[in-house]
Design a protein around this ligand. Structure first.
Ligand code: UN1
Length: 495
């Protein structure tokens, strides 16, 4: 019988009120059940929000440096548990062990950054119009934060959201993706062990329809942070917006790497392999378009084809494998449907294009890394996010066309250019419509202390990571202190 895991609500580990469970299976070996998790619903969310609201009353008064000190301890515990967390993460969502170690490290880095931020949370002061009067502002917590996280970064993204929320003094109701509930549960265990008080953090497992929607709709949740598809993000934004909740959205991407004729081709090759097929192409930042200058196009495609043939797809726990499985059956079907669309649109599939089912692949959701050349701007495989190991290559005549093709996209998360021409690099930085631009680096690999997010339909203007996220999780209190001993009237007495 598989192990049962629980929700943590109102200071107690407990099953869902429904009494139902869902399975968490290994995508590299679907015979392996990682565990059973509570299939929760609105009533569980209601309990969690009530507890979070109560706990907020106390937590908001804990000095921020003290809140930060708890996060420092939690980071230390995560360092101890890093290997175990990474192995479980590979088992539950598939990416290779080096990457799940990296994902956990991103969580640890976020802990240490947040811990120190507890001593900063800076705000502005400004002079008063009046004598003997002081104007200042400081950051205050907002209330209960509803956090809805994806499966592709099961530790890093929950840390990106929950740690700034906590250090700013908010309490949290957290719904992790139902493909990665174990990593999320471990995060909560660590927070509790480090000293986060009961009720300040609550985890409610279950599906987006039942649990996610109840979080978004709940009138006593003040802010929502969501990472996922643009379609769901738009629904969340309109529902939560109608209640005037603050909403941060990290949504789709169709990120491009541009390689110019003066670029270092070996470096660009390493970059695109990592960007397109790392995490099996399942990053919001994954490289899904490769824009090649015509002068190097054919040579680069030869190099790419050889390199892709060298990738080893298999169970991410085995060190010889470089690409893990796709996360689940539905995702394999989506990838396959886009490959079929690409073929029917007339693109030239030069490798991959099918599920792998032989030998070690027989019981997992493995898919062969796939490259299409001859892609044109009108094609759906040029425009739509696939979220799998599929790369669309498009040929351009010059730099100006590369920029135009790059920007012909409804999304704008990450972008990359390989060139040795500093002027072209600077123009790309200025003109690529994206929240992140890499020069001579792939589209993936953001560092947790820098702002992360995108323009256009990738989001609604907020950023995760870095300093701006602390502004999202707090608001400003403005204070005027008059020590003149008389009534001074702003805008009247001075003029
Ligand atoms: C994501 O793809 O959802 O920049 C997050 C990167 C990682 C985070 C990606 N540090 O690729």
């Amino acid at each position: 019988m598989a192990e049962k895991y629980l929700n943590y609500i109102a200071g107690e580990w407990r099953p869902a009120i429904s009494g139902e469970w869902f399975e968490n299976r290994n995508p590299a070996n679907w015979d392996e059940i990682i565990g059973l998790f509570p299939k929760s619903g609105k009533q569980d969310v209601d309990l969690a929000v009530k507890a979070a609201r109560e706990a907020f009353k106390v937590w908001r008064l804990v000095p921020a440096p003290e809140r930060g000190a708890i996060l420092k301890r939690a980071g230390d515990i995560m360092v101890e548990r890093k290997e175990e967390i990474a192995r479980n993460m590979t088992r539950e969502m598939g990416k290779v062990l080096t990457e799940t170690l990296g994902d956990t490290q991103e969580g640890i880095d976020t802990f240490y950054y947040a811990a120190v931020e507890g001593r900063r949370l800076f705000s502005h002061t400004a002079p008063s119009e009046m004598p003997c009067k002081m104007n200042l502002s400081f950051r205050i917590p907002i209330g209960v934060a509803g956090l809805i996280t994806p499966w592709n970064f099961p530790m890093a993204i929950p840390c990106w959201k929950s740690l700034p929320a906590l250090v700013c003094g908010n309490s949290v109701v957290f719904k992790p993706a139902s493909d990665t509930p174990l990593t999320a549960t471990t995060l909560v265990e660590i927070l509790l062990e480090a000293g986060i008080p009961p009720g300040v953090i609550n985890i409610v497992h279950g599906g987006g329809g039942a649990v996610g929607t109840s979080i978004v709709d709940h009138p006593d949740i003040n802010l929502i942070s969501f990472t996922g598809s643009s379609m769901v993000g738009k629904q969340i934004n309109s529902k939560a917006g109608a209640q005037l909740k603050r909403v941060s959205l990290e949504l789709g991407g169709k990120n491009a790497q541009v390689v110019m004729d003066d670029g270092d081709l070996d470096l660009a090759l390493e970059g695109v392999l990592w960007g397109a097929f790392g995490t099996t192409g399942q990053r919001c930042t994954a490289t899904s378009r490769l824009i090649l200058h015509e002068a190097i196009h054919d040579k680069f495609i030869d190099m790419l084809l050889k390199a892709v043939e060298g990738l080893k797809v298999g169970d991410g726990l085995k060190p010889e494998n470089t690409v893990g499985p796709v996360v689940n059956k539905g995702q394999v079907e989506t990838v396959q449907s886009y490959v079929d669309i690409g073929k029917s649109e007339g693109a030239n599939m030069i490798c991959g294009g099918h599920q792998l089912t032989d030998g070690d692949h027989a019981k997992g959701w493995f898919y062969a890394p796939t490259v299409f050349t001859g892609v044109t701007q009108g094609m759906r495989i040029f425009k739509e996010e696939i979220f799998g190991p599929v790369l669309s290559v498009i040929k351009v005549k010059d730099f100006d066309e590369a920029v135009r093709v790059h920007n012909d996209c409804i999304y704008g998360l990450s972008s990359s250019i390989y060139t040795r021409d500093v002027n072209k690099a600077m123009v790309a930085i200025r003109d690529f419509e994206a929240g992140i631009t890499y020069v001579n680096g792939p589209t993936i690999g953001a560092e947790c202390h820098m702002p992360f997010g995108g323009v256009k339909e990738t989001g609604n203007g907020h950023r995760e990571g870095g300093w701006p996220v602390y502004e999202f999780y707090s608001e400003i209190k403005t204070v005027y202190i008059d020590y003149s001993g008389k009534l001074q009237r702003a805008q009247i007495d001075n003029y």
